[in-house]
Design a protein around this ligand. Sequence first.
Ligand SMILES: Cc1ncc(COP(=O)(O)O)c(C=O)c1O
Length: 365
Amino acid sequence: MNDKTFLMIPGPTPVPERVLLDMAKAPIPHRSAEFSKIFDEVNEDLKWIFQTKNDVFIFASSGTGAMDAALSNLINPGDKVLSLVIGNFGERWAKIAESYGAIVERLTVPYGEVISPDALKKRLDEDINNEIKIVTLTQSETSTGAVNDVKKLCKIIRNHGAISVVDGVTSVGAMDIKPDEWGIDVLVSGSQKGFMIPPGLAFLTASERAFEVHRQCKYPGFYFSWSSYKKSLAQHTTPYTPAINLIVALHTALKMLRAEGLENILARHKSNAMLLRKSLREMGLKLFVEDDEKASYAVTSVYPPEGISVADIRKILKDDYDIIVANGQNDLKDKIFRIGTLGYISERDILMLVSALKSTIQRLN
Ligand SMILES: Cc1ncc(COP(=O)(O)O)c(C=O)c1O
């Protein structure tokens, strides 16, 4: 049946009809009081969902644009960066840092595991001359479904004195993250994840400490320069033409999220993920991240049953049930599949996926 496709991938995520209809309106001019009013409200609502008093900048890019903007605005060539790598997106931080001339050291664990606070503390304690300037990390590692304890890790980083740069692309609006309270210096996210709108916007918030480092950055770039965005934000606008229709969509989506309330949103993500994990275990399936305490509420990675391929599961789910789940990435391709429970997903959607998956597996057996 046409038009029934349902995304249960970790982004892009389903978009509510109300948001789609608002996006379909003709663009309004961005240098206008009408746009500035919407933009101001969006900025207030972004601070609410990011749980920060600081500005949240909006870039016309995918999430990786905000990751790039995080490091281009901080790094001078030769700076030392420690990248905590628990999957592909943690590795992306390291590659971006290298592209700006940083000397990057990786603290790595086998994929599916998370960084131990003790291991991080040990490494930073060894850095007696405070050579490490920036530590990058990921909260919800979408390639594996594991989640770092950002609160503990960022406390250790703050005690050392380095700037913490956190990927919250699949966690802001899905899992608790409090930059001001937890001492996170830079936090980024992307629109096609917990924000219930299509891809195309990325978000970044930075602490005053991070801004101090930014002011010492010799080549912060042009399009993504934090200083330009900060200056424009104070004038209720953006430095360059914004993605107007996406900002209008975000305005509507954030109003919906505010009406639901942050506690309820976070509780919904947790209970949906836990229901899914319980149901998968009851079906005899093995989870890639076994420990519920280390599992993301945005994405769950699952091994296929013995003798059944990831490709066949995904094909039947798509062709016969109109549900899309994601393959594993890189080395995990065809070894696991990933189910997104992020954004505009309700308990009904989880039950629907579980029963579709049950009959898919029965059929393949
Ligand atoms: C944790 C994480 N970080 C970064 C990204 C990159 O975002 P984008 O694909 O929007 O550039 C993604 C996208 O899936 C992600 O899940």
